[in-house]
Design a protein around this ligand. Structure first.
Ligand code: MSP
Length: 517
């Protein structure tokens, strides 16, 4: 069995989870579910990033110890996962003992190897970003950009990791691994970034300035700088689980690709003698009216509101259908409703209703056998479309083109509904002629089979609805997913339920734009 270890970024716990965080979990879940159904041995990790200045400050503001603050907010992030139907195998907190132990062990190892040294550092420091700034970070007029907040000049002794000496190695690494970063244009940006000289990385903060962190094992007067701590979660979570490391994909947002994930992380692993992951998937941002959705801009949407209103599957479907992995997308309620109405309620919901209604009405609730002799062009065309859809779908998902894959599945559903219109079983049902009766049985079998197949195709995106639809079709899918994609009329003789309400329409008073064709 092929091992597939996939991770999300770990979220800062200084605010509540928003739609951007939820998207990353859903995207990674869709990848994990897809690989599981292909038969890989999947390990899916997500978690929270709990150390650092901001958390220390937020806890202080609330007048509670940082650990208590982290316990509360982490619980919020954790509680989100089942509500989004996320199938993670593990949840790591950087305050877990298992994590702290590994971080300290790696630091000690690098220190013993001479990869870490102490030096005096004078520089401009941004408290908001928790980083020292460089001259090139200034605005053209010499001021500091807004995003750094208050900037002060400080001098202090700190520990440094010898990052710079690995620059030629990293440049060569990217030459040899052209597809390390998805999408490819992001790897080009990393290669560009590496044309400028790297500095060694300051990996400590004196405890008097930052108490809330992992103490350096070789100097307890300091704690680890946040990225050195956070990045190691991917490894610390599986360090004692044989056969999982290295990761297959780290799924992250584009804002934390360069330098942390694309520069620090590969160098840290290489220096510590650990194998590198297969690659990094850097997704884009959810925007609102062109601005990144975030806690600090105050335009963040609570994913739970949408889940409460429309259900987890509709939420997951929208995020995956709307966003081209790697690009940004604007989130609007209008667009959400367009897709909800036209694709889920109309296309999928209607097919479910029609299949159940007509099977009940014209075949006493039992899916009939298709009559091969009765089939003509309409059935043959639909089957041919199915073969093309299935053959395109898998490589699209393997290449993270989930939005296009779903679009193909929707075309198949649209065509299935169009088939029903043309075949008009309700007319055939009025005829007593044997020929029409054979065609009616074929039509009912065809629509049920098309529905079963479409549901199998999109089940990694809409797991709960897929399971419900299979249940009303009286069907339990087999263990081998690829076998589920064969058009073979296996539903014949199954007893279906009379009805299933999957995607109720939003309240009619709500103004919704006309559905896209
Ligand atoms: N704690 C660090 C990551 C450490 S990983 C070793 C961090 N946390 S975060 O809470 O700010 O962001 C967590 C993830 O959510 C990141 O991958 C980030 O890109 C993603 N998103 C945050 N806002 C987002 C959007 N508006 N849209 C999509 N994803 C974005 O960074």
């Amino acid at each position: 069995m092929k091992s597939f270890y996939v991770t999300t970024a770990i979220d800062y716990v200084n605010g509540s989870p928003h739609l951007g965080h939820a998207y990353e979990k859903v995207l990674t879940d869709v990848m994990a579910r897809f690989r599981r159904q292909l038969g890989d041995s999947v390990h899916f990790l997500t978690g929270v990033d709990e150390h650092g200045q901001k958390v220390q400050a937020s806890a202080k503001q609330r007048g509670i110890p940082p650990q208590q603050f982290c316990d509360e907010v982490s619980q919020e992030f954790r509680a989100l996962l089942p509500k989004l139907d996320i199938s993670n195998d593990d949840f790591i907190r950087t305050t877990d003992e298992r994590h702290k132990r590994v971080v300290r062990a790696v630091l000690q190892q690098l220190f013993d190897m001479g990869e870490i040294y102490k030096a005096e550092y004078r520089g401009f420091y941004s408290t908001r970003q928790e980083q020292f700034l460089q001259e090139k970070d200034r605005n053209p007029d010499g001021s500091w950009p807004e995003l750094f907040g208050e900037v002060t000049e400080i001098v202090e002794s700190n520990y440094f990791f010898k990052l710079k000496q690995y620059q030629p190695w990293l440049v060569e690494f990217y030459e040899k691994h052209e597809n390390f970063i998805f999408p490819a244009f992001r790897q080009k940006q990393v290669v560009e970034f590496l044309k400028e000289p790297l500095n060694d990385l300051c990996i400590s903060r004196p405890r008097e300035r930052l108490e809330w962190g992992i103490p350096l094992p070789f100097d307890e007067g300091y704690v680890t700088y946040v990225w050195f701590d956070a990045l190691l979660n991917y490894y610390s979570a599986v360090a004692d689980k044989p056969g999982i490391w290295p990761a297959t994909w780290h799924v992250i947002g584009k804002d934390i690709l360069v330098p942390p994930h694309a520069v620090y992380w590969p160098i840290m692993l290489h220096a510590a003698g650990l194998p590198l992951p297969q690659g990094i998937v850097a997704h884009g941002w959810w925007l609102q009216r062109g601005a990144k959705m975030s806690k600090s801009t105050g335009n963040a949407l609570n994913p739970l509101d949408l889940v409460a209103e429309f259900g987890a599957d509709a939420f997951r479907y929208f995020l995956i259908r709307e966003m081209n992995v790697g690009q940004d997308s604007d989130f609007t309620r209008e667009q959400f409703l367009v897709r909800y109405n036209s694709e889920l309620a109309n296309n999928l919901g209607n097919l479910v209703n029609r299949t159940l209604n007509m099977t009940t009405r014209f075949a006493a609730g039992n899916v009939p056998d298709a009559d091969a002799a009765a089939e003509d062009e309409l059935e043959k065309n639909l089957r041919a479309l199915w073969s093309r859809t299935r053959d395109e779908f898998i490589p699209l998902c393997e290449g993270f083109q989930f939005h296009t894959a779903l679009e193909r599945a929707m075309v198949f559903l649209t065509e299935t509904n169009a088939y029903i219109e043309k075949r008009a079983p309700w007319k055939l049902g009025k005829s007593v002629e044997a020929k029409d009766q054979a065609l009616l049985r074929t039509a009912l079998a065809t629509m049920a089979e098309a529905l079963r197949l479409a549901v199998a195709l999109i089940q990694h995106v809409t797991p709960a609805s897929s399971a419900k639809i299979n249940a009303v079709l009286g069907y339990t899918p087999g263990a081998v997913w690829r076998d589920e994609l064969n058009w073979d009329g296996r539903l014949a003789g199954r007893k279906v339920e009379g009805a299933l309400v999957l995607f109720p329409r939003p309240a009619p008073t709500e103004k919704t734009p006309a559905a896209k064709a």
